[in-house]
Design a protein around this ligand. Sequence first.
Ligand code: 8X3
Length: 259
Amino acid sequence: MKNKIIFITGSTDGIGKACARRFASAGARLVLNGRNPEKLHDLQQDLTERYAVEIFPLPFDVRDRKAVARAVESLPVEWQAVDVLINNAGLVLGIDKEHEGCLDDWEIVIDTNIKGLLTVTRLVVPGMVKRERGHIINIGSIAGDTAYPGGSVYCATKAAVKALTDGLRIDLVDTPLRVTNIKPGLVETHFSITRFYGDKAKADAVYLGLKPLTGKDIAETVFFAASAPEHVQIAEVLIMPVNQATATITYREGVNSER
Ligand code: 8X3
């Protein structure tokens, strides 16, 4: 991984941040995206204190097509040859039923999880095709395989990530590029706190009675896929805590096991 350029969207929290750490520890060069320039700056400082790593911070909101284009075009030539694109930026807001939820929130979720991923892919992948080298790793979800109560729109966006990942793999089949969908189950990050609009108690309840995955667990899987031999394409990985069996079935010590 030494000196490879890894471009990570949504790198200032959770899985994205854990990926930044994992690849930094392996000597990669990192293009780190996030919406908040201060958080990006703090992350850059933290990583450069711990590792011998070069970082190019790239603040933008994946929902803003023009900003994404400006940012990608602003990359200096020595940062343009991206080896691995990790499309991680994503979120969920609310746990409402499909016929009752907030359209404004859903627009944010759809624009980030689907259109944002597509925009970054559209801007970064042509360079990979030209260079005949690259790996696109999308962070999907178990939610893309099965809908669950209160997850309708989020699940739809992750089903879209699956379709976009599979479609891209088909479109790139005659190239040396690899395309991967990492589909986590329950991972304890800021994800549920955002979902519950900052209500930490409700977020904590999501992981009650079992040991959830961490961002680091997912970053290890992403790293594994990225460091496989070049002829090996890890198409999908579904990864869950040991006491989770499906999107809705878990075993929780002393707690009702259904979502
Ligand atoms: C995160 C997994 O099941 O909490 O994408 O939605 S889940």
